[in-house]
Design a protein around this ligand. Structure first.
Ligand code: HEM
Length: 322
């Protein structure tokens, strides 16, 4: 949507988005005062914002090369490309944009939060990961950016991401509709029933993941039994955002690991009981430049980081979110 990260529009967007996320799994009673009702109202305000942005773009008042623009071009009724039947209406476009935002934002945020927590608690894994990223950084020409092929060649990072998604199980359940009658462990399931998968139990089953509470990325060195790891689901409804999510997480890890170290400001292992599982305290940390001795680029490189204006900062939830 090319919204700027600050400003009035963004604040309104953020406020409505937060209401939608928190009301997402509420009981569907459209009665004033219920969470569902608040969610529907926030969704309508969000749709009104999309309407005005879409109208603005259609009048040619602004051109941005972004996701919204490609949707609008592909589904414009004025272009000859494709049959009209394949084209989404504006209402469908807005639904799709909102679905992607809802499905893609909190999940990725939660994954990054858990990852920072698990790495801090597992210094051996952190060291191994740091080695992988410092080696990539070391090979690069000075000042060049991370390349696509580098991102696709981070084997240990991939294992760390999978192990994070297994231990945290960000989406603790999702459902399927039974395509036919069947029996499972003596229970009869009828065609058409909704079947919820208890992914937390699957991810912590010692038959598939020995010592399941242990954070051990190396367990992903061996091929997994099909359907035992469901961090992004499986089958035709598997998460379509898997590659984007992995890309975002890998780029974030690279910059964090190469330049900084961090310490938690609070110790609290409780989990927020929402649809997307998150540490309850959102895991606030104090971030500082990495130590010289852990940097294979040598003391000069670390000194340059230390001389930056803001060397120490704290990542914590905003006051009203706590
Ligand atoms: C670490 C980040 C993410 C995790 C852990 C995650 C996890 C999941 C899981 C477990 C499912 C259910 C899959 C199934 O039923 O088999 C799912 C579905 C989905 N995800 Fe993600 N996801 C992430 C990021 C994203 C991103 C970045 C996007 C898009 C921008 C996205 C879009 C979707 C959509 C649209 C669905 C529904 C697919 C369908 O029902 O056909 N996700 N995701």
């Amino acid at each position: 949507m090319s919204l700027e990260p600050a400003g009035d529009e963004q604040e309104k967007f953020r406020a409505n988005f937060k209401i939608i996320s928190s009301c997402f799994a509420s009981l569907p009673f459209k009665i004033p005062g219920t969470a569902f009702y608040r969610g529907i109202k926030a969704r309508d305000r969000m749709y009104a914002m999309f309407d005005s942005t879409i109208a603005h773009r259609r009048k040619g008042k602004s051109f941005k090369q972004d996701f919204l623009e490609s949707l609008l071009q592909k589904h414009s009724r004025e272009t000859s490309e494709g049959e009209d039947d394949d084209k989404l209406t504006d209402a469908q476009l807005k639904d799709n944009i909102l679905s992607l935002l809802v499905a893609g934002h909190d999940t990725t945020t939660a994954a990054l939060t858990w990852l920072i927590k698990f790495l801090e608690e597992n210094p051996v894994a952190l060291e191994h990961l740091r080695e992988e990223h410092l080696t990539i950084q070391h090979r690069r020409e000075n000042g060049s950016s991370l390349t696509w092929s580098e991102v696709n060649n981070m084997p240990y990072t991939n294992k760390v991401i999978n192990e994070t998604l297994r231990r945290a199980t960000i989406l603790p359940w999702f459902s399927r509709k039974a395509a036919q009658d069947f029996d499972i462990d003596g229970y009869k399931i009828q065609k058409g029933w909704s079947v919820n998968l208890d992914v937390v139990s699957i991810h912590h089953d010692p038959k598939f993941f020995p010592d399941p509470q242990k954070f051990d990325p190396s367990r992903f060195s061996e091929p997994m039994k099909p359907f035992s790891f469901l961090g992004f689901g499986s089958g035709p409804r598997m998460c379509p955002g898997i590659n984007l999510a992995k890309l975002e997480i890998s780029v974030f890890i690279h910059h964090l690991i190469c330049r900084y170290k961090w310490n938690p400001l609070e110790k609290d292992d409780s989990v927020q009981p929402t649809l997307v599982r998150m540490p309850k305290n959102k895991y606030p940390v104090l971030v500082e430049p990495a130590l010289e001795q852990s940097c294979i680029q040598g003391p000069k490189h670390c000194a340059s980081i230390r001389n930056e204006e803001h060397v120490t900062f704290i990542i914590r939830p905003r006051e009203k979110e706590k």
